[in-house]
Every structure is written in C-alpha cells, then in structure tokens.
Design a protein around this ligand. Structure first.
Ligand code: PGA
Length: 249
C-alpha cells in the first residue's frame, strides 16, 4: 500500500506562510501520497498553490450538516467546493476542546462521505486510559462508534493518535504502536471485510523516528502535526516512509 503522509497544520500560520509552505512541499516524494490540511481560511489559496502537484488538500473538521444556521462552522460541501479532497475528523483536540463524542464524529464522517470527501477519522486513548490498561478497548470502541457503515467503501482513512503523544515529543513504543494497529486491522476487517483502509499513526512523528514507525506492520502512513509545518521535515518523513518499505532501502 502506498504510504499516506498527512500534515495537520492546525491553527498555525498566516495566509502567506501557508502558501509558502504549500509551495515548498509541491515537489512531493516519489512513492508516497501527500496530504496537507491547512486552516480553513487558507484552504482555497493552498489548493491554488498546489495546482498540478501530487499533493492533496484537506480540511481539519466539518459540520455534520450540509448547510444551515451554524455560525462559525464549515460544511463538507464547502470544503469540497474549495478544492479539498479529504477532511480530518474526530481529532482529539476537537473531541477535547469541543466536546465531540463518537456519535458527533460519526455524523461528520457521514457528511464528509456524502460530500465526496475522504474522511481521516482519528481515535486514540488518553494517558490515564493507557495507564489503566484500556488503550485497546478504548480504540476499539471509538472505531465502532465513530465509523459509519459506508466508511471502507468511501476509502476512509483511520489515524491512531494516542492523546498523550500529540505535541509532547513522547511516542509509544514500537511494540505498542504495532499492537494497536494490528487491533485496528482486526476490528476493521471484522466489520468491513479485508480491505485497503489505510491506518495512520500520529503523535510526535519526526524525521528521526519516522522510518522505524512507518516500517511497522499495519502502519500505512502518518498524521503529522508540528513537523508538518517545516517543509523539509514533512518531506523527510515521507521519504522515510518510502525508504522503510524498499527492500535494502
Ligand atoms: P504532533 O501532532 O505531530 O505535533 O504530535 C499530531 C496531530 O495532532 O495530528
């Protein structure tokens, strides 16, 4: 499976910085699919900056409704109209800052699919849940309740992001990542059948740890926050993903 390296730019950067970052990743990396998710006001300009490049553009969230009286929100059809092909949904910062439940995330994933967007649905345990030995049950329950039935057919992507590893410089052991990804593969296969759902790992992925993480079984790419704001780091992570898959590379 071609690795997918997705950059989550979060709430960073001016419009000029977003366009410059997009231009700096335009060249891409042979053998990897790249996706960048800028803040909503910058999205159309980033799409413009990437015309003709093999770099997809996504939103960071969308509302569950296609339109309506929802001040401050952005709908999935609006993202599509602005040139997005993907949308991150259920990121732990949305779940924590905006109280998004699995049911809310599921409704948003449905809206994304209906609008023709590829959802990148995020799951992951908190530190307390991991310490309590609940990481696997939490992730399985989140997958169960956050993904609608049409998820796999729509080419949906799942990102495992342990909450305690996001932006902290901490990351789980390779064994822990491999165990959760194997679990996710089993859960998805049981529900949707064996298929090509890409499973990303996210949480403090950097050029230095990317190759080892991305070479793990069932890790089909990465969702990158901080390091995606530096074009050279983002591209180095993508190159590491490709190198980790090339025999002898
Ligand atoms: P990080 O963020 O790479 O800065 O840890 C990952 C994410 O939140 O998607």
């Amino acid at each position: 499976m071609t690795p997918l390296i997705a950059g989550n730019w979060k709430m960073h950067g001016t419009l000029a910085e977003a366009v410059a970052l997009a231009q700096a990743v335009r060249a891409g990396v042979a053998g990897a699919d790249l996706l960048v998710c800028p803040p909503a006001p910058h999205l159309a300009s980033v799409v413009q900056a990437l015309v003709g490049a093999a770099v997809a553009v996504g939103g960071q969230d969308c509302h569950a409704a296609a339109k309506g009286a929802h001040t401050g929100d952005v709908s999935a059809p609006m993202l599509r109209d602005a040139g997005a092909s993907h949308v991150i949904l259920g990121h732990s910062e949305r779940r924590a800052d905006h109280g998004e439940t699995d049911a809310v995330v599921r409704a948003k994933v449905e809206a994304a699919i209906a609008a023709g967007l590829v959802p990148v649905a995020c799951v992951g345990e908190t530190e307390a849940q991991r310490l309590a030995g609940e990481a696997e049950s939490v992730v399985a329950a989140q997958l169960d309740a956050s993904l609608p039935d049409g998820f796999a057919d729509a080419g949906g992507v799942v990102a495992y992001e342990p909450v305690w590893a996001i932006g902290t410089g901490l990351s789980p052991t390779e064994g822990d990542i491999a165990a959760i990804h194997a679990l996710m593969r089993r859960v998805l296969a049981a529900r949707f059948g064996e298929g090509g759902t890409r499973l990303l790992y996210g949480g403090s992925v950097k050029p230095g740890n990317a190759r080892a993480i991305l070479a793990l079984p069932h890790v089909d790419g990465a969702l990158v926050g901080g390091a995606s704001l530096v074009a050279a780091d983002f591209l180095a992570i993508a190159a590491a993903a490709v190198a980790g898959r090339t025999p002898g590379g």
